[in-house]
Structure formats: structure tokens, C-alpha cells
Design a protein around this ligand. Structure first.
Ligand code: EPU
Length: 340
């Protein structure tokens, strides 16, 4: 039997550590429990949100509905050839736990995505990415329940409509499906080592590692993330708060002539991506602290809760940052985190 609790603090369930209350709360540990919940009146009548690791969420107020915490675990072999292995991974498995499992077994493809907080089920929603790799590169399909009728659907990679920090689950199908598992295809041999991202190369040479393996790439990524990004168990945060904006060629030429040192990355669609962290730093926000909240001193893209912050304080800070980046650069930042 699934147990539904009332008036539960969500402080331990969001990495910002914001202390808001859920009217109803339950932890789902299996697909069967999800089906049981699905047929309950509470599920039908209340507003609801699904929480994985709570690492991409900003709660600005109490949630007056049902919070469903995804605790469905399990990794199973789905298919295997001489060169690849496909794994069907339950959506509640913590992402980094899955990465470690792959590295231990010498399965390649997710090592650049080491130490990303959150769950496997959340990974396709925002197409998590880091150090030159996006999870969409290894996803084969995503299984999900349609929330209106409980029917199961398997989404092929194309149907997921992946893009930079985007997928169909964040756009046209937002809140319409509950992802139950993700199937990923990893390499068993001839791993495609990706160390093009400058910080990885630098770290490997600092560590004097010449023999790059998925293990050493993972170690380098973990080292970089630990040095740059705050540990949410010590300082509340949700990783990058904003997406890196893409600007058109005309705006890019103007920005580049006004700010020649601005880093940038061309994209496949003729747009140019500019790092939000760089823009925010140039507006003087890096390391700023306002009461309980602030902009991290080592990475301006990360907003932090120094303890006891209300969600609105983080939200207000984000709005001020958007405003000043708009005034200085005529570029509009959009949050990467989901705001409730
Ligand atoms: N930069 C600054 N100041 C800052 C931060 C960055 O000038 O405060 C400059 C850096 O010097 C560099 C450029 O901006 O030239 C890019 O910085 P970095 O390599 O740190 O990456 P990012 O664009 O800030 C993105 C992801 C991160 C991911 C890293 C590494 C987004 C929104 N963020 O950050 O993802 O770990 O690249 O691949 O795309 C996350 O999504 O939560 C996250 C941490």
C-alpha cells in the first residue's frame, strides 16, 4: 500500500534547501505503486508534481497539491552486442549512481556527465549536458505513462525532440507524462573518448594523465565540478540557474565588437551561444551576497542559498540579474530551473 502523508516539508527534497510545505506527499517505489497511486482520487483531484532529486527546482511557495517523489530503482540489461550494451534504467535511480555503475563495468558514453545531481528519469527532460556531451547522444528510448489515461508509451529518441537543455517533455508534453524508465546504449569497446572541452584537457595534463580512459575522464570531470560548483549538501543550489543564451549573427557581431574578450560557441542552427556566467560576471554579480542568497564566487551561473533563504529571495535575485544582463548586453537570460 502506498502511504500518503500530509503537510510535509520539502526542504530535504530540493537541492536549494528551500523550506516549503507540500499539502500531500508520497514516495513511489515501483511501477505497481505508481499504478495504485494513479487510480486514487487524490491523484485525480489534486494538482501534482513529480520530484526526482529536486536538483532543478525552485519552490517559491508552499505546494497546495500532491508531491510525488520518484524512488523507483533498478538497472536491467535490455540488449547486448559485442560492441554495445543497452540498459533499461528505472527513472528514480540517482544519475551519478548510474554513471558509477557504467564506469565500474567499463561501459562508455556517460563519463563526461559524472557527478550531475538528479535522477535518470529527469535526465532526458532537460537533456542534461556537460563537458561536450549531452545525454541525448546515448538515449535509445524513454518509457512513460500518460497522466490522463495511465497508458504506457515508448518514445524513440527522435520523438523526444532533444535540443540544448530541451526535449518534448519540457515543451509540448510538459507535465503530460510520468517517465518510468530510460534505455541508454553504452559502448563496451572502442569508447569514444571526448576530451575536447578545454577544462578536461587541462585537468588531465595537470594530473599528468596521458592514458585517457573513461575512468580518468570521469575522475577529471569530478575534480572540475568539485572545484567549481558548490556541493548542495553544504550550500543550497541547483547548478546552472540560467541557460546559456543563443543570439543571432547580428547581435553576436555587435557584442563581439563591444566586448572582444567574450567567449562564444557557434551552434548548428546559425545562432551563437554565449556563456551566461560570463555575462553575469561582467555585470558585477559574481560573489555578491544579499542576505541569505547570492551568486557563487567561482561560477556566476550558480545562485546559492547560504542558509534559511526563501524561494522568493532567489527568484528576486534571478530577476535582478536578468534585468542587468538585458540592460548591459541586450540579451535575455532564461532560467534553466523549474520555478514553482
Ligand atoms: N565564465 C565566466 N564567469 C563565470 C562562469 C563562466 O566568465 O562565472 C566563462 C568561462 O570562463 C568560460 C565560459 O564562461 O569561458 C563557460 O564556462 P564553463 O565552462 O564553466 O561552463 P558554463 O557554460 O558556465 C555549462 C553548463 C554546466 C556544465 C558546464 C560544463 C549550462 C547552462 N551550463 O556551464 O551545466 O557543467 O557547461 O560543460 O549549459 C548545469 O546545467 O547545472 C551545469 C552545471
Amino acid at each position: 500500500m502506498i502511504s500518503i502523508k500530509e503537510k510535509i516539508s520539502l526542504k530535504a527534497y530540493n537541492t536549494f534547501g528551500i523550506d516549503v510545505q507540500a499539502k500531500y506527499f508520497c514516495s513511489v517505489e515501483s511501477v505497481e505503486q505508481f499504478s495504485e497511486l494513479f487510480s486514487s482520487d487524490l491523484f485525480k483531484n489534486e494538482m501534482r508534481i513529480f520530484l526526482g532529486g529536486g536538483s532543478n527546482m525552485l519552490f517559491t511557495k508552499d505546494f497546495k497539491g500532491l508531491v510525488i517523489h520518484n524512488a523507483i530503482h533498478g538497472i536491467e540489461k535490455y540488449n547486448e552486442t559485442e560492441e554495445t550494451i543497452s540498459l533499461r534504467v528505472a527513472s528514480g535511480v540517482p544519475w551519478h549512481q548510474f554513471v558509477l555503475h557504467c564506469i565500474k563495468n567499463n561501459w562508455g558514453g556517460v563519463e563526461n556527465l559524472s557527478l550531475i545531481p538528479g535522477t535518470v528519469g529527469a535526465a532526458p527532460i532537460q537533456n542534461i549536458g556537460a563537458y561536450g556531451v549531452e545525454v541525448s547522444e546515448v538515449i535509445e528510448n524513454v518509457e512513460a505513462f500518460e497522466l490522463i489515461n495511465g497508458k504506457k508509451k515508448s518514445f524513440s529518441k527522435d520523438e523526444c525532440r532533444f535540443n540544448y537543455r530541451e526535449s518534448t517533455f519540457k515543451n509540448d508534453l510538459k507535465e503530460k507524462y510520468f517517465i518510468s524508465s530510460v534505455t541508454l546504449r553504452l559502448s563496451k569497446i572502442n569508447h569514444k573518448i571526448n576530451i575536447e572541452y578545454g577544462a578536461i584537457k587541462d585537468t588531465l595534463s595537470q594530473l599528468k594523465i596521458t592514458n585517457t580512459t573513461i575512468q580518468t575522464v570521469s575522475d577529471a570531470v569530478i575534480k572540475i565540478r568539485r572545484e567549481k560548483l558548490p556541493d548542495f549538501s553544504l550550500i543550497g543550489n541547483a547548478g546552472s540557474f540560467f541557460k546559456n543564451p543563443e543570439v543571432n549573427q547580428a547581435r553576436f557581431m555587435k557584442l563581439k565588437s563591444d566586448f572582444p574578450s567574450m567567449p562564444y560557441y557557434p551552434t548548428a542552427n546559425q545562432q551563437v551561444k554565449v556563456p551566461a556566467g560570463w555575462l553575469i560576471e561582467r555585470c558585477g554579480w559574481k560573489g555578491k551576497k544579499i542576505n541569505h542568497v547570492g551568486v557563487h564566487p567561482l561560477q556566476a551561473l550558480v545562485l546559492v542559498n547560504y542558509g534559511g533563504a526563501k524561494g522568493e529571495e532567489i527568484f528576486e535575485l534571478a530577476m535582478k540579474i536578468i534585468q542587468s544582463v538585458k540592460e548591459k548586453f541586450s540579451v535575455t537570460l532564461t532560467p534553466e530551473v523549474n520555478i514553482f
